[in-house]
Design a protein around this ligand. Structure first.
Ligand SMILES: Nc1ncnc2c1ncn2[C@@H]1O[C@H](COP(=O)(O)OP(=O)(O)OP(=O)(O)O)[C@@H](O)[C@H]1O
Ligand SMILES: [Mg+2]
Length: 230
């Protein structure tokens, strides 16, 4: 059985597609067979994939399939997913029924949060949706908040300081929502890969790429710990 991870946030531009690519690259590097499901009609993942293909940078151990509809996602999860070790699903940055299907098919739901009020609200909504679907399917689906695009000044923003108490409140309210310890910084290399350079793990190992890779490795470690209930 593969591990199914989705990136969900009703806020556009939160960092879902970026997180999916970074995590996929790390698992692929570990030798895991990774399936990416692009369930966002705007096809950001697919666009990255095509650019990689054009530049001869398609990553090893990763396959990408586009799934525009609920039934396609369900069929993929039923018939294709078992050929892989990890399935990562990218979702649209809006409310859609497709999102419920994606959450229902997940072992963990990730919501990237940049430090601003709208994104925090969107994370609360994702936690609520995940809890509702957990109840419906009769299985606990943990919801993990991932702080991303952090700059040094951003750590002094009020919105940044609100993230921790916000997640604590969710937990006190009975939600299985967690704050991942690793934060993704705002990094050029996270943006650059979108231009067809494959995964982060395929970039030349400059000092900045080294730091980025350590960050992503740590993030994948956090996700693994949540999945094993640590
Ligand atoms: N940690 C980061 N460092 C630098 N740039 C980032 C980071 N995270 C995201 N970005 C940039 O922010 C923009 C939005 O990110 P991304 O496409 O991952 O968000 P999304 O949630 O998938 O958006 P959408 O809702 O439009 O699908 C992109 O240009 C991406 O390169
Ligand atoms: Mg996206």
């Amino acid at each position: 059985m593969p591990v199914c991870i989705s990136a969900v946030s009703g806020k556009g531009g939160a960092g879902k597609t970026t997180a999916v690519i970074l995590i996929a690259g790390e698992y692929a590097l570990q030798g895991k067979r990774v399936l990416l499901i692009d369930a966002d009609g705007r096809q950001n993942l697919q666009e990255w994939w095509k650019r990689c293909e054009a530049k001869g940078n398609l990553p090893e151990n990763i396959q990408l399939i586009t799934a525009a509809r609920q039934t396609t996602v369900q069929q993929l999860l039923e018939n294709e997913a078992n050929k892989y070790d990890v399935v990562l699903m990218d979702s649209p940055g809006q409310d859609t029924v497709l999102r419920d299907t994606i959450i229902a098919g997940s072992d963990i739901v990730l919501t990237p949060i940049q430090p601003n009020q709208d994104e925090i609200k969107a994370a609360g909504q994702a936690a609520t949706d995940t809890a509702a679907i957990s109840d419906k399917v009769g299985r606990v689906i943990p919801h993990a908040n991932l702080v991303t695009r952090i700059t040094m000044p951003a750590r002094f923003l009020e919105a940044y300081r609100l993230i921790r108490p916000f997640v604590r409140n969710l937990q006190e309210g009975g939600y299985d929502s967690y704050l991942l310890e690793t934060e993704l910084l705002e990094r050029n290399c996270y943006r650059e890969i979108r231009n067809g350079y494959g995964t982060l793990q395929m970039l030349d190992l400059t000092e900045s790429v080294k730091k980025a890779r350590a960050e992503v490795m740590s993030l994948v470690g956090n996700i693994g710990a949540l999945l094993t209930g640590e």
